[in-house]
Design a protein around this ligand. Structure first.
Ligand code: GTP
Ligand code: MG
Length: 202
């Protein structure tokens, strides 16, 4: 019988912020990419997963992360924190340039082993979530969908989101490629740590 241990992830180093794909690290280590709308909790996820307060910069104002941020984990793989999409309060020019950066990055021949697609558990998936999901499937990037801020919704609200998620993305199966997460309570952390450990650290 194989026992699953609850490993803890400890070592994480911020490597660099990339505003242009020519600046990405050249060592070709595998990458997990965090993507999804602005303000869904992607950067907070990094801090909570590693029990750090400030390794990733977070903000209650959407649009905090504006570059691809590379974090090296246990010297073995990168977590790449992407700017959130769908943030209305930046200029169209800036929004277009982020979108191009994200699309070019996902389309690049980088070693993207996994994508974590975050959706706020209080909200219905948006058109942009549907497009992102489609793009990741077209590119054959294995993806886990994470319903974030799971400490927030009431039961009825959560039931509605779950139903909508399953309608929009019928391929999602709980605890296989669909997880619930709270950076505040730590719910879902064990499951995500297990995924990461199995992929890169065991
Ligand atoms: N209640 C609750 N709040 C959270 C959780 N995760 C993040 N937040 C809050 O949500 C806000 C946005 O979090 P970020 O981690 O900066 O979100 P992001 O997805 O990185 O946003 P962008 O950088 O704009 O794309 C912050 O005020 C966080 O404190 C969570 O699990 N529960
Ligand atoms: Mg962020």
């Amino acid at each position: 019988m194989r026992l699953l241990f609850f490993f803890t992830l400890k070592k994480i180093e911020f490597i660099r912020s990339v505003g242009n794909l020519s600046q990405v690290p050249k060592d070709n280590l595998p990458e997990i990419v965090l993507c999804g709308r602005s303000n869904v909790g992607k950067s907070s996820f990094i801090n909570s997963l590693f029990n750090k307060k400030n390794v990733a910069k977070t903000s209650s104002t959407p649009g905090k992360t504006r570059t691809l941020n590379y974090y090296l984990v246990e010297n073995k793989f990168y977590i790449v924190d992407l700017p959130g999409f769908g943030y209305a309060k930046v200029s169209k020019t800036e929004r277009d340039s982020w979108q191009r950066l994200i699309e070019n990055y996902l389309n690049s021949s980088r070693n993207i082993e996994y994508a974590f697609h975050f959706i706020d558990s209080r909200h219905s998936p948006t058109q942009l979530d549907i497009l992102l999901n489609r793009l990741l499937r077209e590119l054959e990037i294995p993806t886990v969908t994470i319903l974030s801020k799971i400490d927030k919704p009431k039961q009825s609200q959560l039931a509605k989101t779950k139903k909508e998620i399953k309608e929009a993305f019928p391929e999602l199966i709980e605890n296989e490629n669909l997880f619930y997460y709270s950076s505040i309570t730590g719910k879902g952390k064990k499951e995500i740590v297990n995924i990461v450990t199995k992929l890169f650290l065991s």
